[in-house]
Design a protein around this ligand. Structure first.
Ligand SMILES: C[S@@+](CC[C@H](N)C(=O)[O-])C[C@H]1O[C@@H](n2cnc3c(N)ncnc32)[C@H](O)[C@@H]1O
Length: 254
């Protein structure tokens, strides 16, 4: 997997939290974490979810991400001192402990571009769940072809950066119908200087059928398919494919 500058380069990471705040998805996952004493956040990024959760004294939170620049921001945020941060890859990391909840928030699961990558990440989830533990991750539904809207005109927005001032931001995207992978550009142009910060990223848009088969192949069971962060049941036209699941229940003896 190539390093994505959007997460690896501090010049781009400085825009992440301005664009990505607390939203319904994190509320939903925080509710799932109610009563949990341990939570593993794979692809934790700048750590907003993990650090917020860790501020509840009763919950031990571990965050994993391969991008040091993202973890640098995470460690500095309020509550970050209570999280155990690991620089690592969700496909291969083994912490030798199990958790009440394993989450991948903010569509982090879509960074796994191939069947092999997804299978490895799902094995990591399975290897870190307690018998009664749960996992949750989201993936945008390819049915609505959301990348068609990620044009410079449709995505143009202005953000306020504390040091750079007003910044013009936009995206562009192209879809490979063979692999289902979308390559998208993210661009930041401060109004006050001549600099342009740009990155090219790749994310996969797996179908619900594919995700369902891969989850089962990893020895996991989906208990609930959700279609948006209001909690609506998943249907074929839902914007999100949200899998909430667990290890299989042991078969009762006798
Ligand atoms: C869209 S961001 C989501 C970050 C965070 N979960 C959130 O909700 O804001 C995707 C994150 O996945 C991370 N990532 C990329 N490849 C990864 C891998 N192989 N294992 C774990 N995380 C990875 C990136 O570094 C980035 O922080």
């Amino acid at each position: 997997m190539e390093t994505d500058r959007l997460y690896a380069d501090p010049a781009l990471v400085q825009f992440y939290d301005i664009e990505n705040g607390w939203a319904q998805d994190l509320d939903y996952c925080r509710n799932l974490a109610d009563g949990c004493s341990s939570v593993l956040d794979l692809g934790c990024g700048t750590g907003l979810f993990a650090a917020t959760l860790a501020q509840r004294a009763a919950c031990a939170v571990v965050g994993v991400d391969p991008a040091a620049a993202m973890l640098d921001v995470a460690a500095e945020r309020a509550g970050g001192e209570r999280v155990e941060w690991h620089l690592g890859d969700a496909r291969s990391i083994r912490l030798d402990r199990r958790f009440d909840l394993v989450v991948l928030t903010g569509h982090a699961f879509q960074v796994f571009l191939t069947d092999e990558d997804r299978a490895a990440a799902l094995r990591t989830i399975a290897d870190h769940l307690k018998p009664e533990g749960r996992f949750v991750f989201d993936s945008r539904n390819p049915v609505g072809r959301p990348w068609m809207n990620w044009t410079p005109a449709n995505s143009l927005r202005h953000i306020e950066h504390p040091a750079l001032g007003r910044v013009r931001a936009w995206n562009d995207a192209s879809h490979d119908p063979v692999t289902g992978v979308v390559t998208y550009g993210t661009h930041y142009k401060p109004m006050a200087n001549d600099l342009l910060y740009s990155s090219q990223s790749k994310i996969a848009f797996a179908s619900q059928e594919k995700l369902s088969a891969q989850i089962a192949a990893a020895g996991l069971v989906v208990r609930q398919w959700v279609g948006d962060w209001l909690g609506s049941p998943y249907c074929s036209t839902s914007p999100e494919i949200i899998a909430i699941g667990a290890l299989p229940r042991p078969v009762a003896a006798g």
